[in-house]
Design a binder for this molecule. Structure first.
Ligand SMILES: Cc1ncc(COP(=O)(O)O)c(C=O)c1O
Length: 389
C-alpha cells in the first residue's frame, strides 16, 4: 500500500527530553560503560545497548527504523555509500565456489565489482540478459548464492521482471538482490514482488540535494542476523550519524520531490521524443517504450531519468552537453538540479566493448536526470543547446 506523506514527515520516535522538531544528532563514536562487567556483558551480547557507532548509533538507527517501516521491511541497515551496500550484499553471502548471476545491464561500479572483484575470491560470475527469463533459468543453479540486477537499469532503463526472476532463483534457494536506485522506493517495492534484498544509494533521490553519500540495505531480520550482521559490524561500511540526520530531514520531502520529478520528466520526454536532432528517446512513459507491461506490473510511475541518443557522433554529443547552460554535466542523479552525463565515457567507461554494444551504450547516448526546476526552463535549455549542434 502506498505510504502517506504524513508518515514520511511524522514517523519518528527518538525525540529527546527537549522535544525538538528535528531529531537530535548523536555525533559520538563510542558509549561509556558503568563497569568492566557491563562492558563484558555487552560484548557477550548478554546486554543489548549502544556499544560503538560502527555497530549502532541512535541517529543512524532512527533513519534505519523509519525507512524500514516506510518500506515494510523487517530490517534496514545504513551504509557509507550505495556501493558499500552493493558490495556487502554480495560478499556477506558468497564464498569460494559459489556462483553469482547478474544482469549485464548495470551501473559501471556494480558491473566492475561483479566482473572483476568477485572472481578474485573464487566466486564464479555469470552475466546474462536480465530481460530474458530463459537466460536466468539457464544460469541459476544450486551453486548460486545470489542474483543481482537493477530495474530500471542505469542508463538504458531496461526492466527485469522481479516476480518471475525471484521465483526462478528461489527454486535453487538463491537470494535475489535488487538495486532499486533508479526506481526509488516511492515508485517500486521489490520486496513485494519476491526480492530478498533491496539496495538504495541514498546519494541519489533520498538525499536528492547533492550533499551526502550513503546507502541502505533492506532485508528480512533472518537474513540480517544470519548473513549481514557479522560482515557489517566487522568490515565497517557504516553510515556516519551526520549523514543519517540529513537523510531524516530529506525523507520528509522525499515523496513530494519524486512526484514532481516524475511530472517534469514526462514533460521533458515528450519534448525530446519527436525532436529532429534526436535519434531515439528512452523513457518508460512513452508509448514506444518496449517493456510497458512490466512497468505497469511493478512500478507506480516512470521515474525522472531519460536516456536519449543524439543524431551525430561523439563530437556532436559533447558539443550538445557543452552548450547546455542551466543543466549541469554531472554523474549524480535524482537531484533537485537537472544533471546530464555521457555514460560511455564516464559511468560506463570500463564496461567491456561487447557489453556496451549489447546494451547500446554508445557515443550518442546521454542520460538526463530531470530536476525540479520549472520544466519550461529545462526544455528551453535543451532546445537551445540542440539548436547549436
Ligand atoms: C544504479 C546504481 N546503483 C548504485 C550506485 C552507487 O551509489 P553510490 O554512488 O552512493 O555509491 C549508483 C550510483 O550512481 C547507481 O546508479
Amino acid at each position: 500500500m502506498k505510504k502517506k506523506i504524513t508518515d514520511f514527515i511524522h514517523k519518528e520516535t527518538n525525540k529527546s527530553v527537549f522535544q525538538e522538531t528535528s531529531l537530535p544528532l548523536y555525533l559520538t563514536s563510542g558509549y561509556v560503560y558503568n563497569s568492566a562487567q557491563e562492558a563484558e556483558d555487552v560484548f557477550n551480547e548478554k546486554i543489548d545497548r549502544y556499544q560503538y557507532s560502527r555497530f549502532d548509533n541512535p541517529t543512524v538507527n532512527q533513519l534505519e527504523k523509519k525507512f524500514a517501516e516506510l518500506e515494510g521491511a523487517e530490517s534496514c541497515r545504513a551504509f557509507s555509500s550505495g556501493m558499500s551496500a552493493v558490495f556487502a550484499s554480495l560478499m556477506c553471502q558468497s564464498k569460494k565456489g559459489d556462483r553469482v548471476v547478474a544482469s549485464r545491464a548495470l551501473f559501471g561500479s556494480c558491473y566492475n565489482i561483479i566482473k572483476d572483484i568477485l572472481p578474485e575470491y573464487g566466486i564464479e560470475v555469470v552475466f546474462i540478459d536480465g530481460k530474458n527469463l530463459q537466460q536466468w533459468r539457464k544460469a541459476i543453479n544450486k551453486k548460486t548464492s545470489c542474483i543481482f540486477f537493477e530495474t530500471p537499469s542505469n542508463p538504458t532503463l531496461e526492466i527485469v521482471d522481479i516476480e518471475s526472476v525471484s521465483e526462478i532463483a528461489h527454486h535453487y534457494n538463491a537470494k535475489v538482490i535488487v538495486d532499486n536506485v533508479f526506481a526509488s522506493s516511492i515508485l517500486q517495492k521489490p520486496l513485494n514482488y519476491g526480492a530478498d534484498i533491496v539496495i538504495y544509494s541514498t546519494t541519489k533521490h533520498i538525499d536528492g540535494q547533492g550533499r551526502t553519500m550513503g546507502g541502505l540495505l533492506l532485508s528480512s531480520k533472518k537474513f540480517y542476523e544470519e548473513k549481514l550482521k557479522f560482515f557489517y559490524r566487522n568490515t565497517g561500511p557504516t553510515m556516519d550519524p551526520f549523514t543519517a540526520w540529513i537523510l531524516l530531514k530529506s525523507l520528509e520531502t522525499y515523496p513530494l520531490r519524486i512526484e514532481q520529478l516524475c511530472k517534469n520528466a514526462s514533460r521533458v520526454a515528450f519534448f525530446l521524443k519527436d525532436h529532429p536532432k534526436i535519434q531515439k528517446t528512452i523513457f518508460p512513459g512513452l508509448s514506444e517504450y518496449s517493456q510497458k507491461k512490466l512497468i505497469d506490473k511493478q512500478m507506480d510511475g516512470f521515474g525522472n531519468i531519460i536516456s536519449f541518443y543524439i543524431k551525430g557522433d561523439k563530437n556532436t554529443t559533447f558539443k550538445f552537453l557543452n552548450k547546455l547552460s542551466m543543466i549541469h554535466i554531472s554523474n549524480n542523479l535524482g537531484d533537485v538540479k537537472s544533471l546530464i552525463i555521457h555514460p560511455a565515457s564516464t559511468t560506463h567507461l570500463k564496461i567491456l566493448k561487447k557489453d556496451k554494444n549489447f546494451l547500446n551504450i554508445n557515443n550518442k547516448l546521454v542520460r538526463l536526470s530531470v530536476g525540479l526546476e520549472d520544466v519550461e526552463d529545462i526544455i528551453k535549455d535543451i532546445d537551445l543547446a540542440l539548436k547549436k549542434v
